[in-house]
Design a protein around this ligand. Structure first.
Ligand code: AP5
Length: 214
């Protein structure tokens, strides 16, 4: 299965991606995770990406397209993959279509997760992740058993730098201006399904499964 998870910051793409990986055994490719790892490691890619990410802006298309081209050619993508956070612009979607076309593949499903902006702000301001294993939490909606500690490995939880309210609002504007047009783009290609992103994480997972197994 070749799947794209589309949705604004905080819609639950990463949360649902984890469940989809477990169900379908395909790799999750998150450009956000790849870029954050590059920033942590201080690579050239990280140095280029850091200021854009801190400001809630998109990293330039040629940079992320290059990352994805290389990643899709890895052996573990041969049987399918799930893209989380890519594409985010029409230029990225066109480039993805070209790369997949050269590999002889199509996108099977594009799932757009819809959540109102005020809920997104609540989700993102309360999001925490484990420094050691990356597991995700929410201080109110999915709290750890011990505040500030990961249930799975005991690691310290932290808040992403771009999860401050001002940056979140900038990211939501970037989504509306540059990424939301992809909903019409993929609707035209007849692969898009929109799911309601409000409800429990399990309810939303059920809706996504319904959409991909239809
Ligand atoms: P990226 O890492 O892709 O961030 P994003 O798209 O802004 O999405 P998030 O990771 O913030 O949210 P999510 O939808 O995964 O939500 P989550 O599941 O965590 O990108 C970061 C930056 O990198 C960009 O701003 C840009 O600079 C750069 N970048 C990345 N890709 C790029 C690209 N292709 N082109 C250019 N630049 C790029 O859930 C959020 C919270 O809500 C969690 O705490 C979770 O526990 C909670 N939650 C989830 N579901 C529910 C629910 N049903 N009810 C209650 N709470 C819930």
């Amino acid at each position: 299965m070749r799947l794209i998870l589309l949705g604004p910051p905080g819609a639950g793409k990463g949360t649902q991606a984890q469940r989809l990986i477990d169900r379908f055994g395909i790799p999750q490719i998150s450009t956000g995770d790849i870029l954050r790892a590059a920033v942590r490691e201080g690579t050239e890619l990280g140095k280029t990406a850091q200021s854009y990410m801190q400001a809630g802006k998109l990293v330039p298309d040629p940079v992320v397209i290059g990352i994805i081209e290389e990643r899709l050619r890895a052996a573990d993508c041969a049987g399918g993959f799930m893209l989380d956070g890519f594409p985010r612009t029409v230029a990225q979607a066109d480039a993805l279509g070209d790369v997949l076309g050269r590999m002889g593949f199509d996108v099977d499903h594009v799932i757009s997760i819809d959540v109102p902006n005020e809920e997104l702000v609540l989700r993102l301001t309360g999001r925490r992740a484990c420094k050691a294993c990356g597991s995700g939490y929410h201080v109110q909606f999915d709290p750890p058993q011990v505040a500030g500690k990961c249930d799975r490995c005991g690691g310290e939880l932290f808040q992403r730098e771009d999860d401050q309210e001002e940056t979140i609002r900038a990211r939501l504007k970037v989504y509306a201006d540059q990424t939301a047009p992809l909903i019409a783009y993929y609707r035209t290609a007849s692969v898009l399904r929109s799911v309601n992103g409000l409800g429990t994480m399990e309810e939303i997972f059920g809706r996504i499964l319904g959409a991909v197994q239809d």
